[in-house]
Design a protein around this ligand. Sequence first.
Ligand SMILES: Nc1ncnc2c1ncn2[C@@H]1O[C@H](COP(=O)(O)OP(=O)(O)OP(=O)(O)O)[C@@H](O)[C@H]1O
Ligand SMILES: O=P(O)(O)OC[C@H]1O[C@H](OP(=O)(O)OP(=O)(O)O)[C@H](O)[C@@H]1O
Length: 215
Amino acid sequence: MIKPIRIALTKGRLEKDTVEMFERLGYDCTAIREKGRRLILPVAGTNLEIVLAKAADVATYVDNGVCDIGVVGKDTIMEMGGTFYEVADLGFGKCRFALALPQGVDFYEGYHTRRIASKYVNVARGFFERKNMDVSIVKIEGSVELAPILGLSDAIVDIVETGTTLRENGLVVAEYICDVSARLIVNIASLKLRKAEIEPLIARIEDYLAGEETE
Ligand SMILES: Nc1ncnc2c1ncn2[C@@H]1O[C@H](COP(=O)(O)OP(=O)(O)OP(=O)(O)O)[C@@H](O)[C@H]1O
Ligand SMILES: O=P(O)(O)OC[C@H]1O[C@H](OP(=O)(O)OP(=O)(O)O)[C@H](O)[C@@H]1O
């Protein structure tokens, strides 16, 4: 049997939009919609297989070539790095990286070394390196908004979408860092070795995105 083309999808927030995109592209996603606890799902009538994974693992699987293609947030790509092609901005999962802190606090006042909490320690480090600012960074796994409230940090670097989480916890954006959205990534060897199968899929996605833009 010919090896399937494996597409790793980020579970959670990006999952619904990704499945909808594949359905609009004409793929039968019944197996994914009825997945239960299964993590590898076929796409009926194709040689494609969907792998459901956590964001960081999508990047790891595509980097290592055990999945050929992936859908993952730019936030994860920026944080983890990795060697793969980033071939398209899929236009969903839109949010921004921001530096945020308790309302009424001036982040730049005084001379002490600021402590920054983030799940994205590399993104935070890069942001302050570009400012030539020496900070101390502490890694938090989730709900990072807690860190300044509890007094662990002066500020946070995190994703902001609607701003609700910040607002409801008394925090405000001090500075936006960059835009984030879901990206299509492709393993470098796969694109060479399985070009005939992968390139038409990328082209189909690009056509779909171009159509969306003109809608
Ligand atoms: N508030 C948000 N608005 C839009 N996109 C978001 C938002 N939060 C996260 N994302 C995007 O969705 C991706 C997956 O986020 P999701 O919260 O589902 O999983 P996670 O961040 O890995 O955390 P966990 O599964 O541990 O809750 C993120 O990597 C990011 O690209
Ligand atoms: O601006 P908003 O629309 O409020 O969205 C921002 C929130 O969404 C993400 O958290 P998520 O819900 O993924 O939980 P987490 O903190 O456990 O990662 C992010 O870390 C913020 O907390």
